[in-house]
Design a protein. Structure first.
Length: 56
């Protein structure tokens, strides 16, 4: 089994950390996007309800 040097291990851990950070931010972005879509659909629903109340 080959042993990795300290600098190689540092590079590896930096890469893993970067990947985890990217994953975290992409998940955050997806969650934000979904909550914005939900909020938008709720606003649309409220608008349609108020329109129907005005019409009838």
């Amino acid at each position: 089994m080959a042993y990795a040097t300290r600098s190689e291990l540092n590079l590896l851990s930096q890469g893993v950390r970067r990947q985890l950070l990217l994953l975290f931010f992409s998940m955050l972005q997806i969650a934000l996007h979904q909550s914005m879509l939900i909020w938008f659909s709720q606003v649309q629903l409220m608008n349609s309800v108020t329109l129907s109340n005005l019409l009838f």
